[in-house]
Design a protein around this ligand. Structure first.
Ligand SMILES: Nc1ncnc2c1ncn2[C@@H]1O[C@H](COP(=O)(O)OP(=O)(O)O)[C@@H](O)[C@H]1O
Ligand SMILES: [Mg+2]
Length: 267
């Protein structure tokens, strides 16, 4: 039997490192601490979800990881390099699709692809439109798409550049429950196919347990890490399995520990 090589036994350095990150804003001359001493790291190819209530600093943290905002304490490293500015190697998907209304799906997806031959561009755009399940809608305009389809197009546009990291800020937050579940499944499939490292912000605990390999739970005011969970459930995940519900309950209780159902409760 050929054993593992020595190098394979050495644990890899984490890919993304958040090292003592703090951030404050000044609102009405008052200092508002939004992120306080955030430390975590993740491996390449993982999905990490940042979960927390509205206003706890999730988007602020994601903006810092994207490089859109570098005015914070501490350091953010990706692949050993400090993040100081936005980069094509980090794609972003927001809650609103932000597609250009005057461009078709294929034009929107291809918009960011510059400096490559026309034929290659066409092939790549088609590949990503198919990956997100929009085949047949290449010539459609955003106003002709449903919310879920628009988000699919937004995801294709973010992935077509083959980013090393995809950052998603509540991408399914504005969708109805059915569309949301369908897109969560799609995102998990896409991630497994592309192997892209993903950092996703959500306020939906179930969404995080369904998608993530690793969950960071944030407290509010100021945003601190309450809990860190490695989700080792098999994929595809069954939302109604005992193991799934146990992980969900563990996170839920971080927020609602005083809301236990009394023993004599009846309806
Ligand atoms: N540019 C800004 N200037 C001042 N305060 C801000 C700014 N951006 C966010 N905040 C404040 O920081 C806190 C965290 O915001 P945000 O990161 O958007 O939260 P979340 O995404 O978790 O809902 C909120 O109280 C918000 O009002
Ligand atoms: Mg937000």
């Amino acid at each position: 039997m050929g054993g593992l090589s020595a190098s394979a036994l050495i644990k890899q350095e984490p890919y993304l490192v958040i090292d003592h990150v703090s951030k404050y804003f000044v609102q009405k001359k008052q200092r508002l601490n939004v992120l306080e001493n955030i430390n975590f790291s993740m491996d390449k190819g993982e999905i990490l979800c940042i979960v927390g209530a509205s206003g706890c600093g999730k988007s602020t943290l994601l903006r810092a990881i994207s490089g859109l905002d570098s005015d914070h304490g501490g350091q953010i490293l990706i692949g050993g390099k400090e993040v100081v500015a936005p980069s094509k190697s980090r794609g972003i998907v927001f809650q609103e699709h932000r597609l250009f209304p005057w461009l078709t799906v294929e034009q929107n997806v291809g918009y960011v692809l510059t400096g490559i031959p026309r034929e290659d561009k066409k092939k790549l755009v088609q590949e990503y439109i198919e990956l997100v399940g929009l085949k047949g809608f290449e010539k459609a305009y955003p106003k002709e798409l449903s919310g879920g389809m628009s988000q699919r197009a937004g995801i294709a546009r973010a992935l077509v550049n083959k980013p090393e990291v995809l950052l998603l800020d509540e991408p399914f937050g504005a969708l109805d429950a059915f569309t949301k579940i369908a897109l969560q499944k799609e995102l998990k499939r896409i991630q497994r196919k592309s192997g892209t490292t993903m950092v996703m912000v959500t306020h939906d605990i179930e969404e995080a347990v369904f998608l993530a390999d690793h969950i960071i739970v944030l407290d509010s005011k100021p945003g601190r890490i309450k809990l860190e969970v490695q989700v080792e459930l098999p994929v595809p995940r069954d939302r109604n399995s005992y193991e799934f519900l146990q992980v969900k309950k563990k996170i839920y209780e971080e927020f609602f520990e005083d809301e236990k159902i009394p023993e004599d409760f009846s309806i």
